[in-house]
Design a protein around this ligand. Sequence first.
Ligand SMILES: Nc1nc2c(ncn2[C@@H]2O[C@H](COP(=O)(O)OP(=O)(O)OP(=O)(O)O)[C@@H](O)[C@H]2O)c(=O)[nH]1
Ligand SMILES: [Mg+2]
Length: 267
Amino acid sequence: MEVDKLKEYITSYSLNNCVRGSQGYTRVLMQLFGFLGHGKSSLINSCKYVLGDKAYTPCAQAAPADGGLTMERRAYPLTDTITMVDNRGCSTMNSFEMGEVYAQLGNFLPLNEQVEWTKEYEDMICQLEDADVEPNFTDFIVPIFVYSARKDVADKEVEEMKTIFKNCRDLTGIYPIIVLTNKTSGNFSRLRDIFEGLGAEEILAVENYTEEDHVKTRGRHMQFLKLIHKVLEDVNFRMQEERNPRKERAERKKFLLKFVHNRDTKQ
Ligand SMILES: Nc1nc2c(ncn2[C@@H]2O[C@H](COP(=O)(O)OP(=O)(O)OP(=O)(O)O)[C@@H](O)[C@H]2O)c(=O)[nH]1
Ligand SMILES: [Mg+2]
């Protein structure tokens, strides 16, 4: 599809038009996660730039550092239906950081709040109870893992990521879409092979639009439109089946309780 057609498809996308209707869902959340400084905030700025019709105006703060700039899980609406959600970068993807990401993907945490990695069992249970006061059944969450092609995957990380991705799939029903940033300055093909080996179903490489370089080109625009289109394809696929948002939430809660229980007994 050409740029304009793809843009039109994305901006007019409504969950009501899915084969079985919206089934109680009102919003698609593209939930980003990944290591520190790998380009999550820049990816949001790029998608907003591509869908908007204004000059490049970054809304998510991005800066050249070792990462650690974003501390909040802030929501950035792209259209009436699609929202991108920024995240605090993980330093190691240990079980505390991942417990928090799983709680995000399970839709148990409010948006636009600081991300804390250190929740013990009790804190996590309290948070889950709080989430039950006004449960959110209406967001359809799609996990997106952001990794910079400038970085090298350590052997130790490979096995960890395999488990993490599988858990994300079990929680959301969608295998995380892998977005490799900095595609022109790293070893993209090597990383693609690694992520394919980890079971990734969709791997996209992008060169984010940045403060320093945001010259619009058709090819660069297409990278971000294709990403959002892939997300919607996943949503459409899942929405072909009969869904029960309440039941799915209960399953996610069981998963999370089991995860934090196992983690803390190991500790
Ligand atoms: N050339 C280039 N630079 C990028 C790309 N993606 C991100 N950057 C730069 O890398 C730096 C870090 O990017 P961020 O978007 O802040 O990364 P992040 O994952 O949000 O980082 P934290 O929130 O700090 O963990 C910034 O200086 C960006 O301009 C890319 O695809 N190409
Ligand atoms: Mg950031």
